[in-house]
Design a protein around this ligand. Sequence first.
Ligand SMILES: [Mn+2]
Length: 475
Amino acid sequence: MKFSEIQKQIIDLIKRSNKILILPSSPIDGDSIGSALSIYTILKKLGKEVTVASSERIPDLLNFLPKTQVINPSLVSSKDFIITLDTRKIQVQEINTEAGENKLNIVITPKEGRISESDISFNEGQEEYELIITVDTADLKQLRKIYEDNMDMFHEVPVINIDHHISNEHYGKVNYVDIMSASTTELLLPLFEQMEEIFEEELIDEDVATLLLTGIITDTGSFQNSNTTPKAFAHAAQLIAYGARQQEIIQHIYKTKQLSQLKLWGRVLSKIQTDDKYKIVWSSVTQQDFKDTKSKEEETADIIDELMTNAPGAEVVLLLKEKSNGTISGSIRTTSTEVDASNIAEMFGGGGHSRAAGFVIKDGEFRKHEDEIMNKVRNYQKERLNIIESQEDDEEKPMIDVKKLLAQVKEAEKAVGSMPKPEEVEKFKKTEEESNLNLKVPKHESEYQTEDPKQEGAKKQEPSHEQIFKYRFED
Ligand SMILES: [Mn+2]
């Protein structure tokens, strides 16, 4: 089916619905939040009752976006069973519940007279929503708690599925899925323009344009990833013409975030310690490091995985973090199927998965604990590898090339200052028609590479993105 027809179907469903639920995928990223909040803004303008819900935390660096405060952490339960009393004739004095063995009495005491069966009716809780719109969500499971707690709702209420992931499962009543699109927000722009025409109303304002551009910028890594098509540039230019605040996005997402994270990564690298005999690589982050690099605790989330990718010779990769609440948390990754990360975490009262696990030690001196922890991990590996302490290790390559990595960080720090400027994007400005004609479309899925972490997760088997994320969530 042509995209223009799908867009019409979507608009028809929106026309017929009043209570609309919008669900961004988890973890929340620039594309999912930009999509959800732009649809929210547009539907509000059309006078709809709109709810945006996500059980996930909104990353701090996306909080600058307009309307992030409308996102609800959960949905009102629709599983309620309602007992209705006709109060036209009878007034209620008091309602009580009495729990008996295997039963519960609901006792209604009237002010006067008697309540009869004909005064009472029973109702199952109404489904609150008439339409669900999921954005940037390849699979309903990605909605996590919202889906797990409300599975029935997804069978009963029509779902519009708007997404650009190859792995999309087409679970919607209407599936507006284009894997050639660099972001989900890119799909929304033509839809919103169509809506402007049909509803004869100006809908795309500066906030909407900013939200849509955020999705394109974050999903293309600021026009650097290989999924940056000419169309993505054209749409970005169009959004800037609509008043999208590109510099604001770059400032918040790249200039502040990446630089601090790069510096933190540099810190972690400079503190790396390796144990070649027991194949362990570890490092630590203290409160001082966060202060010095102006980074936040949550920015360590990627660092453990970065460490693991760069230490192919290590079996156990460990990062210890001194948290602001006085606890010490450890993240463990293993590269070998022989080592179970959760077993190591369990030694410190934690847990997780075989490849990704973690633990928390409540109050304690960081340095002292670091030594204790590392001794235990070393012993774990010693027993497992059956190495005799005196045995001389033969020459082996170092497990991680810290020098090379530090040089890369320096390079990256320089590069962060040179993001594309509006006039560079302007060069690619074309009409929609032109851009369609010139669009070079990769023929095979394999040619289509994306840096989208959700897509990455779908490809990688062990540990899956979900596992790592789950762990981070517990972290
Ligand atoms: Mn996306």
